[in-house]
Design a protein around this ligand. Sequence first.
Ligand code: PMP
Length: 408
Amino acid sequence: MTTWDSLYANRASRMRASEIRELLKLLDRPDVISFAGGIPDQALFPAEAFKEAYEEILSGPDAGRALQYGVSEGSVRLRDWIVGHMRALGIACGPENILVTSGSQQGLDYIGKLFLSAGDTALVQWPTYLGALQAFNAYEPEYDRLDPGTNRAAADYASKAAAKGGRIKFAYLSPDFANPTGLSVDLAERKRLLSLAGDLDCAVIEDSPYEALRYDGDAVDPLLALDCAASGGIENTRTLYCGSFSKSLSPGLRLGWICAASPVISRLVLIKQASDLNTPVLNQEAMARVAERCFDSHTARTNAIYKERRDAMLAALAAHMPEGVRWTRPEGGMFIWVELPSGMDAADLLQKSLASAGVAFVPGGAFHPDGTGGNTLRLSFSCADYQKIEEGISRLGGLIAQTVMSTL
Ligand code: PMP
């Protein structure tokens, strides 16, 4: 029998299945109220608008072009829409600053490939988006903790990276309604992080797929916008912004983008050429039409629904969680992050919850690269209606109260 393990490259040893994706397979039971999957509600996708767009393309003069190979940078019409979207966020850019990717996940993989040599350090928020760690892991980095809100000196970060045999290549964060915490990074902290990145002379990876899903509070400028303003224009910036259509219009078409200084985009284009040549043109053409026609009206409609669900979950948590349990109050996105009394284990709680309460969530340990966070969990409110939220949180609160009592 072939000894496969001895043939694989070193990088393969760090490739692991996402605990969450594995977990989601188990949770797909009709009797379970699931707050586990961090996905948009498929009942809200603009299916009719996509149908019209695909029909229009395939029955028109551009059908052949849409079914052909395309340029690696991305379709002109879609990049033009993205340029307008980024400009509205305060980022003056042109099509040369945009690479269309197959979801922002592909963007994260390309960024890992471009920046990370084995032993280099990536600074990441803690807890952090698991998919980013999966993407970066293949390039064998070390991780150090990027703690918004603390004043750790640049020299301390740099010496730790040097001791591991590499240097800090980038700081990765999700500043708007992060997965998994739902929290956002405020303006002062964004500026401080940019200044830290300046001191470390490293890149900043701003992963912002939830940016359009704001339900209240004031929008905060993206780090890339602040970087543009401080450095005199996008060509002088150190920030790569990863955007996505997955949370706003549809994840199934697999469309995202990277916006950055043009020399970085040119290098990423080379990676795309070697990887998949181009993101499907037909999907890009359809997305461009749907985004032009209804991005704003559609997100306004779906945000109103997600806001109701967030409010319902916050109200249910306040009503049903026992003392000692704390949670975040996100201004947007899809997640609420819950901290159980210390010593309580969320992975154990999930087993009990599936067996007796029929409620699913994601234990938070998976989002911590160092294996901490055992008493935390992620709840997603995006796919459950009011009744399910009330019922599910009430059952979960009862189970947590029982577990607290039994340990007294
Ligand atoms: N970044 C974050 C923070 C996410 O939560 C996700 C999706 N779960 C992605 C990136 C990837 O999204 P996509 O590839 O669908 O654009």
